[in-house]
Design a protein around this ligand. Sequence first.
Ligand SMILES: [Ca+2]
Length: 255
Amino acid sequence: MRYGYSDGIDLDRAKHVDRWVSYGKNLAEGKPSKVAVPSKTHWEAGDPEGTKLTDGIIGPPYAGGIGPRYALCWDKGDDPVIEVDLEQTLRCGAFRIHLSAGWPWWNAMKGQVKDRVQVLTSPDGRTFESPAFFVLNLRWKDIPANHMLPDDETATGFAYDLVPEEPVEARYVCFRIEAERTLTVSEVQVLDWIRCEPFDLRIALADTLIPNSLTILRREKAVRSLVEATRDSAMVFRDEDLWHDCRRARSQQNY
Ligand SMILES: [Ca+2]
């Protein structure tokens, strides 16, 4: 069997490896927040007590339904700015915003989201710097292995991550939103870190898991050759199983 494309051209690309994501502490939970533009009240949205954006309740992962009830809502052109006061200067390693709709229900997995969200940080609430914009459209490689999309594999409500290259020292964190539709935000987060580990389901072709007669014969031949070759010399084996096979073969004096 030969892997690759039928035209034989090697694209020299690294194999995609999924990620398993872990989240640090949410430094913004329970902290005061304010918005420059008050929330609309469509579909029971709104935030009269000014607590929803940092109350720890996030979601749902689908637009519509009762989602807006747990969120603030703005129309196109409102361009709200959310400001969170962490109450002390902290090392901010990642930012998150849960963005959904309102209407229309743009699907981030189809590249339909036209809104923009920028994060700005400040040590004093006067001068702000921006680490970056959120990437609000997603590809499958952006979905961690331990994140479950809805059954229809859409992302109409999603908690987006923004991880700057270096952590930022800040007390005030702003989320500047440019709305291109009626959108909702249920939560903003500032985390000390987000980490991703390579994750592989280890699905392999059957003949690497269940040796057939041909692979057994090849292995026996390889063991026999290695025992002969290493009889009088030290050799480092990269394959631990093969090393054990050789040792076993020598001790049984089969070869
Ligand atoms: Ca919330």
